[in-house]
Design a protein. Sequence first.
Length: 286
Amino acid sequence: MKHLYSLAHLSAISLPPVDLIEVAARTGYDYVGLRLTRVTDTEPLYPIITSTAAMQATKAALAQTGVRVWDVELARMDPAHTPEMYQPLLDATAELGARHIIAQLPDPDRARAHDRFARLCELAAPLGITVNLEFPWWTDTGNLATATAVLEAAQAPNAGMLVDMLHFVRSRSSLADLAALPRQWFNYAHLCDGPAAMPADLAATLFEARSCRVAPGEGDFGVANILAAMPQDLTYVLEIPNDPVCAEIGFEGWARHILQTAQQHLDTDPATNTTTDTNTRQETTA
């Protein structure tokens, strides 16, 4: 089958939302993801939540191009951030016509983390928004098992499990455990690839995650095998930042390359009912 694709903002975080939308339209994406909160002090903060003019300009670009917003990020609930602090993010998500937000739980207090995720789901439900839990592998909710415990505790119909290929592989999460999860938990997946070797330290870890990923099929993650353990009709979100290559070919060239590469490796050829992905080294765990 041929999948729908979204261009994650982190793949071109230096592009303001209007420019990102226009690049996505020119390069063939169905959707974009927008990052409307700042994760690090060095990344840009785009004021769609607080600026009516910025919101209207973004909506005008969506209407003009036909690109839609797939998801909005990020509700990052560390000990200092409560679910209620993300109500403006939820409201902006609804206004943009998106149905999904991303949440993270870098909180060592597991009971509090579970409660806060459930509460965020409760706040999102009236707006028709799903809350998709991502598990960056260097955080307190850093693998599939800890994320599964959060969703099991929440028992929220709008709770989702967001599997990012990088975090799944680097946390050595289990393909068998992934395949056993409830199918309704999956709304989409974050796609990227990378080398088999683990980063040397935290600095290298963060550089890889934020600045040096590659397209599916160009690394050793076994992306097709991970996706085979998930529902097959998911939207694929390409979160593939690569600062060195973008400096050479530009964000538009990079967005086109990662989309075409992902389609080549992961979309089924209707004539043969097969994909061209030969990267199948993952077997039982990643």
